[in-house]
Ligand binder design. Structure first.
Ligand code: HEC
Ligand code: HEC
Ligand code: HEC
Ligand code: HEC
Ligand code: HEC
Ligand code: HEC
Ligand code: HEC
Ligand code: HEC
Length: 310
């Protein structure tokens, strides 16, 4: 059996040589984050595993679109940050393919389930690391203000939309809207709430790094209407063409090239910048006033002094 040496100086050396490295040695795996992997969770959470397994999160690494884009990007290691689990840039190594249980719930706690619980992350912030742009858009929407979170609309494991999505989902909270909408021309023409409030604009930059998702500001810009109505005059001759557009948009085949969300964000950034400038401006003005006051005081004093001497 190990005994601590009696002299204090010797005890110090013992600590340095044996205990500290030992502590580091035994802690190393958990400090690096050894993931257990989704199959481990499946043993006890088979129902959730079965929901998750066919999802896009589960296939974020293995799906052919990612694989092709990744090859086109010379297997850029940056991509693995969001498309795999347990990626360490230093080692350029990941532990599991796709977005797995532990991407969201954290590494399996030792002793779970008997003595330790697993975190249940119930805030939108848990999606931000990978869905930065969508999160930013959501953040400036009324939904964020009223704490309507990502998973109030999205199922997290099966990844469908709650209430089957679409107008039913929106209508579950916006009853009035759905009532007047149900009778309107647009509804009869097959437009959904998302067609106007959450348009998808595919651009050259999109898809990669999570920028191809539907808009989440809920803002309806004039350019949204102009995707179908070049002029706001509805000529019946245009009807077949319009209907075709509705079908296309519903099939998510998206009008390319429009980048309005980026323009909007730029506008917001610009306004924030101007606000900051204005705040800084107030300080500059205040300091200038102080300097001006001091100089004026000095000038007046000097003037009185000069007058008195004459
Ligand atoms: C994209 C992030 C994400 C992934 C991936 C994920 N979860 Fe969850 N999980 C959540 C969130 C958010 C909640 C709480 C909200 C809810 O239940 O809808 C939750 C809830 C849970 C719960 C408790 C509530 C319930 O539904 O029973 C369990 C257990 C769970 N997850 C296990 C798992 C397992 C096992 C996996 C992998 C097969 C997994 N999760 C993958 C985000 C995730
Ligand atoms: C040995 C079986 C077992 C394994 C393995 C296991 N769990 Fe659990 N887990 C349970 C039990 C039992 C509960 C509590 C009962 C319940 O509420 O469903 C639970 C509860 C949870 C909860 C809800 C919060 C809590 O702690 O009560 C989450 C989240 C969760 N597990 C995630 C995971 C994840 C992620 C993994 C894999 C990394 C995992 N579990 C592996 C058995 C297990
Ligand atoms: C570890 C990174 C990561 C986290 C955390 C994450 N996601 Fe994802 N998510 C991805 C990636 C990568 C994809 C794209 C997968 C693919 O198709 O290749 C994706 C796809 C999606 C999709 C599209 C699925 C579909 O069927 O069209 C939705 C919706 C989504 N995530 C919602 C969420 C929500 C909500 C959260 C938070 C609860 C979340 N994600 C957390 C990385 C992440
Ligand atoms: C008010 C409900 C609601 C909230 C809140 C919400 N979403 Fe969505 N989200 C939707 C709907 C509806 C769609 C589908 C739009 C479509 O099909 O055109 C969608 C689409 C997406 C997609 C693209 C899926 C695809 O098929 O390409 C991603 C990714 C996503 N949401 C992530 C998030 C994240 C992350 C958050 C939180 C920051 C969030 N959502 C909050 C309703 C919501
Ligand atoms: C879980 C409830 C819930 C769901 C589901 C939901 N919303 Fe909302 N939504 C709200 C709340 C609460 C507000 C804030 C409204 C207020 O303050 O009157 C809001 C605000 C809005 C606004 C902004 C109103 C404004 O004054 O700027 C729009 C647009 C909107 N929602 C559209 C949608 C669409 C489209 C969907 C479906 C994809 C949807 N909502 C789903 C609860 C919900
Ligand atoms: C033809 C395009 C279009 C469709 C489809 C559409 N909206 Fe709107 N919606 C607008 C416009 C335009 C506004 C007003 C401008 C704004 O607030 O951005 C608006 C405003 C709103 C508002 C904000 C405040 C209010 O007046 O109540 C809510 C909530 C809303 N819509 C919900 C919905 C829901 C729910 C659906 C689906 C049932 C839907 N919208 C379908 C274009 C549309
Ligand atoms: C910051 C996190 C992040 C990084 C880094 C990232 N992605 Fe993604 N990627 C996502 C998310 C989130 C989605 C989900 C859909 C969306 O929001 O457009 C996605 C979707 C995709 C898709 C569409 C998959 C499908 O099933 O349609 C491809 C392809 C893709 N990414 C390739 C890449 C490549 C290649 C790289 C590296 C150059 C990369 N991604 C880096 C988060 C990321
Ligand atoms: C996805 C395509 C699409 C979008 C986006 C769209 N519309 Fe329409 N709109 C239609 C179709 C199809 C009709 C029916 C054809 C007609 O009446 O000539 C229509 C009809 C109308 C009508 C006539 C309504 C009536 O009762 O006869 C008005 C007004 C209108 N749209 C305004 C708008 C405005 C404003 C927006 C933007 C907020 C918008 N539309 C966005 C496709 C669209």
């Amino acid at each position: 059996m190990w005994m601590l040496p009696k002299s204090t100086s010797c005890r110090g050396t013992w600590l340095l040589v044996v205990v500290i490295p030992a502590v580091f040695f035994f802690r190393a795996p958990s400090a690096l984050g050894e993931y257990a992997g989704p199959d481990t969770c499946a043993a006890c959470h088979s129902d959730i595993y079965e929901n998750w397994e066919p999802s896009r999160h589960a296939k974020a690494y293995s799906n052919e679109f990612f694989q092709k884009a990744w090859q086109d990007n010379q297997q850029n290691p940056e991509c693995l940050k969001c498309h795999t689990t347990g990626y360490t840039p230093e080692a350029n190594h990941f532990q599991f393919e796709g977005v797995t249980c532990e991407s969201c719930h954290g590494v399996l706690n030792e002793g779970h389930p008997d003595t330790a619980e697993m975190p249940v992350p119930i805030s939108s912030e848990m999606c931000v690391t990978c869905h930065q742009k969508t999160y930013d858009e959501w953040k400036i929407s009324k939904h964020s203000e009223k704490n309507i979170r990502c998973f109030d609309c999205h199922q997290v494991h099966a990844q469908g939309l709650r209430a089957g999505g679409g107008d039913v989902l929106c209508g579950s909270c916006h009853q009035n809207r759905i009532n007047d909408f149900a009778h309107s021309t647009h509804h009869l023409e097959g437009l959904k709430c998302e067609t106007c409030h959450m348009p998808v604009y595919a651009t050259a930059r999109s898809m990669i790094e999570g920028t191809g998702a539907a808009g989440h500001t809920l803002y309806v810009g004039a350019e949204t209407c102009s995707r179908c109505h070049e002029d706001m005059v509805h000529k019946s001759a245009k009807l077949p063409e319009l209907r075709e557009k509705v079908t296309r948009i519903n099939q998510q085949m998206v009008a390319a090239g429009i980048d309005d969300i980026f323009a909007l964000k730029e506008k917001v950034d610009d306004l924030e910048w101007q606000l900051l400038r204005a705040k800084q401006g107030v300080w500059v003005v205040a300091v200038l006033f102080v300097i001006l006051g001091l100089s004026l005081g000095w000038l007046i004093g000097w003037y009185i002094y000069v007058r008195k001497r004459h």
